[in-house]
Design a protein around this ligand. Structure first.
Ligand SMILES: [Mn+2]
Length: 240
């Protein structure tokens, strides 16, 4: 493929997705790739249906898995989303793979997953030591590992030659500034962000009555600093 738009960690944030897609439309892409955490959030149905019309290539995220499992460990949101999505959409989501592969001009073989090829759960960051990454991943038979999960953009080349690209989060970025964050692949990696009206989105989420925690709405309005977030995630690694 020549040019690919990557929209990760949308987390059911429809206004953010719509804003990013308006930018994507101007880029003449061959495909849209979604590295997971798509349907857990305030607009699960609208997000799913809007994406479905664009026929993206989607992988399973940990929060998607939680919706499918109707898990309650992080509050009522997963069950609320599952109830709204209904059986047909959930059956499609249940078929999302853990990994997918594509070939992108200028980048080579790209392996897409939410966290690691084996699991959408592990936390690692742009500063995780390379020997620990090697333990997490094993051998990755690709030139680029395209992931999501930690909601911050980075593009890291390991000594092994593997390049790890995280496009950040469309729906819940930890970038220290507001926006919908995404990336364009091919022939290089271009990190992008699209502004949208976050105040209006948060007001709409409150009006919906979606059981989104106040803390998450606070992150939308006042996005966490990326370096602090990275240090926090590093402190949590292995703790789960
Ligand atoms: Mn995730």
């Amino acid at each position: 493929m020549r040019r690919v738009a990557v929209l990760s960690d949308i987390h059911g944030n429809l206004p953010a997705l719509a804003a990013a897609l308006a930018d994507v439309e101007r880029e003449d892409v061959d495909a849209i790739v979604v590295p997971g955490d798509t349907i857990s959030g305030p607009w699960p149905v609208e997000t799913f249906d809007l994406l479905t019309r664009l026929a993206p290539r989607v992988v399973m995220g940990n929060a998607d898995r939680l919706v499918l499992d109707r898990g309650e460990q992080y509050g009522p949101l997963a069950v609320w989303c599952a109830d709204r999505l209904g059986d047909e959409r959930l059956a499609v989501a249940a078929g999302w793979p853990l990994t997918l592969e594509l070939e992108v001009d200028g980048l080579g073989r790209v392996l897409v997953c939410h966290s690691t090829p084996a699991s959408p759960d592990p936390i690692y960051t742009r500063i995780t030591p390379e020997d620990e990454l090697a333990e997490l991943f094993g051998a990755v038979g690709a030139d680029v590992l395209l992931c999501g999960h930690t909601h911050g953009q980075y593009d890291r080349r390991l000594e092994s030659g593997l390049r790890i690209v995280n496009p950040g989060s469309v729906g819940l970025p930890y970038e220290g500034r507001r926006g919908a964050f995404w990336a364009l692949l091919g022939p290089d990696v271009e990190m992008r962000s699209t502004e949208y009206d976050v105040e209006a989105a948060v007001a709409a989420i409150r009006a919906l009555g979606a059981p989104v925690e106040d803390g998450l709405l606070g992150y939308l309005l006042d996005p966490p600093d990326p370096d602090e977030t990275t240090r926090f995630f590093e402190s949590q690694r292995g703790a789960a």
